[in-house]
Design a protein around this ligand. Structure first.
Ligand code: SAH
Ligand code: DHB
Ligand code: MG
Length: 224
């Protein structure tokens, strides 16, 4: 078997699964279209990963969700749709432009009554959220700047209760985390982050490989 056979098969399998479960979903399609039209980078989760986030949120019964890194609100819509009656989602976004695009997409999806997009840097907003007593949250989705993932994890644990779920995107980086080169800061930080997920006694974790154009990974942690 040549080196490429397996990755190509995995991408085909990912496409197969996506088409198997795809539905005409106007709000999600419109969110991606408007993100592109407004010049946002195409770094949203894939449809399959979005569906996975949605299912994990539902399986865990999450009623209060905290997302770090909104972009155009694509993952936000997948997660917010999993909320039960009365549930809420707070999403933190550094870029006011991204937040504005996301709010319009969330409004179009009919989710504005349960979703708040808050503008600021995660590490400024998380202490405020804590001191204002806005926690605990049942589920976290960490998907912003990779260098600050360790800080985000610490705040997520502070804002959690036993049983809370912490999801962390982009933990494999096409394999770069396995032997990070010294000039790839994000890969080095995430390699260390992955060891923290494996060893921190406050959480129990696994990393699920996520196939797309590249191979990436989703961290799934439960607070003990
Ligand atoms: N969760 C989104 C993708 C998020 S991309 C989805 O899957 O649809 C990462 C986002 O994090 C970008 O919008 C970026 O502006 C934002 N970001 C970068 N640094 C940040 C910070 N320090 N605090 C909060 N958000 C940040
Ligand atoms: C990229 C992908 C992401 O999911 C993300 O959160 C940040 C960057 C990327 O492909 O560059
Ligand atoms: Mg991501």
């Amino acid at each position: 078997m040549n080196d490429n056979a397996q990755p190509n098969l995995l991408r085909e399998v990912d496409n197969y699964i996506e088409s198997l479960f795809s539905t005409n979903d106007e709000a999600l399609d419109a969110a991606l279209r408007s993100s592109e039209e407004n010049g946002l980078p195409p770094i949203n989760v894939s449809a399959n990963e979005g569906r996975l986030l949605h299912m994990i949120a539902k399986l865990s019964g999450a009623k209060k969700i905290l997302e770090i890194g909104t972009l155009g609100g694509y993952s936000t819509i997948w997660l917010a749709r999993a909320l039960p009656e009365g549930g809420t989602l707070l999403s933190l976004e550094y870029s006011s432009k991204h937040a504005e695009v996301a709010r319009a997409n969330i409004e179009r999806a009919g989710l504005s009554d349960r979703v708040e997009v808050r503008v600021g840097s995660g590490l400024d907003l998380l202490p405020q959220i804590t001191s204002r007593g806005e926690g605990p949250f049942d589920l976290f989705f960490i998907d912003a700047d990779k260098e600050n993932y360790p800080g985000y994890l610490d705040w997520a644990i502070k804002l959690s209760r036993p049983g809370s779920v912490i999801l962390s995107d982009n933990l494999i980086r096409n394999g770069a985390v396995m032997s990070p080169s010294s000039n790839d800061t994000a890969a080095s930080v995430i390699a260390k982050y992955n060891r923290t997920l494996a060893t921190n006694p406050r959480i129990e974790s696994i990393i699920l490989p996520i196939i797309r154009e590249n191979t990436d990974g989703l961290g799934i942690s439960i607070v003990t």
